[in-house]
Design a protein around this ligand. Structure first.
Ligand SMILES: [Zn+2]
Ligand SMILES: [Zn+2]
Length: 178
């Protein structure tokens, strides 16, 4: 998806489009985040305007994925949305490198020529939206480390409190105490 720089004015306009998912799926397959696979086109909604020579983009990406649960390894449908804000500066001027002005949810980029290619920005946002460890549900019990049973579906005969990550955290806390 590209925007013509000449079409971007001081008056904010809104746009919605669907970005193909194929390239992102190839990136995901290479890792390090291999738990997600996009099921279909990425929905992108945003508004854009120009102030001086800078372009401002504000919007959201919406990715429908199949994810592999980090605890039980079952696949499930996961939707991930991520809001983004970009400021794009002409390449001839370059970034304002002042770190004080940077914040977590504001991204800086550059543009050059007559078009702004949004595809790299959208891919970046989708990849950022897919960095959490996917869980099929908050209280997924995972797999028994001893027999491999899916503990969401059945109880096994093994005794394994050690596998619960909350117990693991408690244990490391205790180790550090006098
Ligand atoms: Zn699970
Ligand atoms: Zn077991």
């Amino acid at each position: 998806m590209k925007l013509r720089v000449d079409d971007i004015t001081a008056e904010a306009r809104e746009i919605s489009f669907a970005e193909p998912e194929g390239e992102i799926n190839r990136t995901l397959a290479r890792g390090p985040v291999t738990e997600y696979r996009l099921d279909r086109l990425i929905q992108v909604d945003f508004s854009y305007y120009k102030a001086g020579t800078e372009l401002f983009l504000t919007g959201e990406v919406d990715a429908k994925t199949t994810a592999c649960c980090a605890r039980c390894a079952e696949e499930f449908k996961a939707e991930r949305r991520r809001a983004f804000r970009y400021v794009l500066t002409p390449k001839s001027i370059g970034y304002d490198g002042d770190a004080e002005q940077r914040s977590d949810d504001l991204e800086f980029s550059i543009y050059e020529g007559e078009d702004v290619d949004l595809t790299p920005l959208i891919r970046e946002q989708v990849l950022l939206a897919l960095t959490d460890r996917p869980l099929c549900r908050e209280d997924c019990r995972g797999l028994c480390p001893q027999c491999g049973a899916n503990l969401n579906e059945s109880r096994c005969a093994c005794r394994s409190e050690a596998f619960d990550p909350r117990f693991a955290v408690l244990r490391t806390l205790k180790v550090g105490r006098p």
